[in-house]
Design a protein around this ligand. Sequence first.
Ligand code: CA
Length: 464
Amino acid sequence: MLTLIAFGFTISLGAQIHQTSSASDNSPNFVLILADDLGFADLGYSGSTQIKTPNIDKLANTGIIFSEGYVSSPVCSPSRAGLLTGINQVKFGHDNNLANNQPGFDPEYLGLPVSQKTIADRLKPLGYTNGLIGKWHLGEKPQFHPLQRGFDEFWGYTGGGHDYFSSLPNGKGYKSPIECNYKTPTPISYITDDVGDESVQFIERHKDRPFFLFASFNAPHTPLQATKEDLELYEHIDDIKRRTYAAMVHRLDINVGKIMESLNQNGLRENTMIVFMSDNGGPTDSNASLNAPYNGQKGILLEGGIHVPFIMNWPKTLPSGLRYNNPVSSLDIMPTFLELAGGKNHGITTDGVNLVPHILKEKVGPPHKELKWRFTISAAIRDGDWKLVRLPDRFPMLFHLPSDTSEQKNVALKHLKKTEELLKKLGSWDVRLPHPVFLEGAVWKQRQLELYDKKYKTKQPLTQ
Ligand code: CA
């Protein structure tokens, strides 16, 4: 059996698929908590001087903090496609964010390709009950619906975002009605609280058998809407956008605490693996998030777009309060869950690895030799300490991350051989990838390029 995997290459861990095990009472539960558009720097444990997040900090400080944790895309939908399949989504054409269908493309393909299996698809035959609470954003046509993709229960919305206070029976877009297959949904109160409450109820309903809960929060994605009570806590922040964002993250933290407390009360905390992460970096331009010390933001491949808060917590097996410093990826979640659930991932194509043996030092060396990204106009590769970003209108950017965390010094000319080597690796990967199966509007290409020229804050504000 192969044990070390080069990221970005299709790997086969064996010859055939064997999912013969079934969940026993010892099988861990999985709770995947996904924040939407959360800035790297906006949690207590990641250095925020403004926003208090005691519950997420507790999760971090009693579990594993992945200090070099990445997502596979700097925007929502492709990041979720990679996260849920364990395959870099550009390998099946899910490069782009879901938006209106573009001329010449078949709208029947506007979603996570049905050829791909999700974590839920893979856990179901192992005896897991799977629930999605919150945002889907992997297609709105019936064939892409979460209940067709391995989830047994769904409370939420299939689009890319939602109003925090309002859903209308005939509403469209962010005002769309809440869908639910296990009860008639009541009107939303504040959607972050609703996702937290529904997550707790899912745990209550399924506490006796192994489950996978995907708590897919809307927060702190736009629209910037917070409760009066939470805004008052942050009234010392003058900038109203930043104040609202802080209040939204605060409310997210309260609901993460609610989920943890429910696991505690039901005696499930010890054998439940909780993963907390953001689906992409903070869009500093739209929600006033902060990605310090990283440069860049959502939509681009500088660290600010893809280097995210990433925590794993499983008291039964993992150490408490460990910082794991090798690069890891959201693509590692599927194979980690699958193997812990007793599924033998023989023959399953994945770009991720089970992280547990690496954390426990049962396997030596980093989980990934390389990480690669492609998103519309740009592509990037991280190879050890080096990172190269390739853009259409300029010389490539090469950064030495340990000495230049904030990607301020392009050393491509100084290290021409390294630049050449990484360009070659990136290019030979890129040309073997399929075409995207859907596109975003062309205007986004220019917007993304412009984001590379903006100046970003790479330090926390000094004042509270
Ligand atoms: Ca997002």
